[in-house]
Design a protein around this ligand. Structure first.
Ligand SMILES: NC(=O)c1ccc[n+]([C@@H]2O[C@H](COP(=O)([O-])OP(=O)(O)OC[C@H]3O[C@@H](n4cnc5c(N)ncnc54)[C@H](O)[C@@H]3O)[C@@H](O)[C@H]2O)c1
Length: 287
């Protein structure tokens, strides 16, 4: 059975051929952190798949470059800044957005922040800032948008950008690691509660991506990055565009039966607990 609700089930299986199931025509997406490295790539990829896109980031951050790239695909973009650390203001922000742009079909919780601090350097302020943006905002933004999706009777897609750090810790990032692990379980919780409303909730967990997110970290950067590249089975950081396919897939009708899970896009880092290959003798057989 395609294009119809399964008997006794919830939701709608997509109709049409495979190409059609990846199309986001007639959808409106909201992308947070849309001025950043990954956010821009996600916004443009969603637009290229047919969605109109609301772009948000902190007030004062320039979203015009992302907007121009979205509009170059022929889709509409709206620039609607908001400070996601203002947890109490999130519901009002979403209500205004809904009134302004119409029903929202896709939410990409991408904005994120981090600080590199040893456990005893973490302050209440830095803990609160990281948790407010990376975890609190993901929940309360998703909560209000899901309420609108239900009222608008749209098959919703909520995607959270987590990290490999949701699954394996990294020193100096206790707050960041905790926030991303929190979102990973939040995704499961929301997926179960929102399934009756035909709203799917999933995570995309990137590995190391070439973006400005840790640009201010007090770190001996060159040797760190060289050592990290050695740790990555694919041998390099990702280009942000290499994470966008997972977001477009989860946003699309092709992912209608995917919920409560995650797609890890990390070049194999989480698959390899120790780069043993480097310490093994040369191949005994030719490839
Ligand atoms: N770059 C990586 O290696 C990497 C790896 C794993 C996960 N991630 C995650 O990907 C997401 C995107 O990060 P990125 O690498 O593109 O970094 P980035 O710094 O380029 O983008 C993050 C964006 O979030 C916005 N933001 C931060 N605080 C905000 C606030 N209070 N209100 C509104 N917007 C706010 C920033 O202004 C920025 O535009 C983050 O959630 C990050 O944790 C990144």
């Amino acid at each position: 059975m395609t294009g119809t609700s399964a008997p006794g089930g919830r939701g709608t299986a997509p109709a049409g051929g495979l190409g059609a199931t990846f199309a986001l025509t007639d959808r409106t997406a909201l992308v947070t952190g849309a001025a950043g490295g990954l956010g821009r790539a996600f916004a443009v990829a969603l637009a290229a798949a047919g969605a109109d896109v609301v772009l948000t980031d902190r007030p004062g951050v320039d979203l015009t470059a992302t907007s121009a790239l979205v509009e170059a695909t022929g889709r509409t973009s709206w620039i609607r800044p908001f400070d996601l650390a203002d947890t109490a203001g999130l519901a009002g922000y979403v209500d205004e957005l809904r009134a302004d742009v119409g029903p929202l079909h896709i939410l990409v919780n991408n904005a994120g922040t981090a600080a590199l601090e040893r456990f005893n350097e973490v302050t209440v302020a830095s803990w609160r800032r990281v948790l407010a943006v990376n975890l609190d905002a993901v929940f309360f933004l998703s909560q209000r948008i899901a309420e609108h999706m239900i009222a608008d009777r749209v098959p919703g897609r909520i995607i959270a950008v987590t990290s490999k750090n949701a699954h394996v810790a990294e020193a100096g990032l206790a707050h960041y690691n905790a926030s991303k692990a929190g979102v990973d379980l939040l995704v499961q919780s929301l997926a179960v509660e929102l399934a009756p409303h035909d709203i799917t909730v999933n995570a995309v967990a990137p590995g190391m991506v070439e973006t400005p997110i840790d640009g201010e970290f007090p770190l001996d950067r060159e040797p760190f990055e060289a050592a990290y590249r050695e740790r990555i089975p694919l041998g390099r950081y990702a280009d942000p565009n290499e994470c966008a396919g997972a977001v477009v897939f989860l946003a699309s009708p092709a992912a209608s039966y995917v919920t409560g899970t995650r797609i890890v896009v990390d070049g194999g880092v989480l698959a390899d607990q120790m780069p043993r290959m480097r310490y093994m003798p040369p191949y005994r057989n030719s490839l």
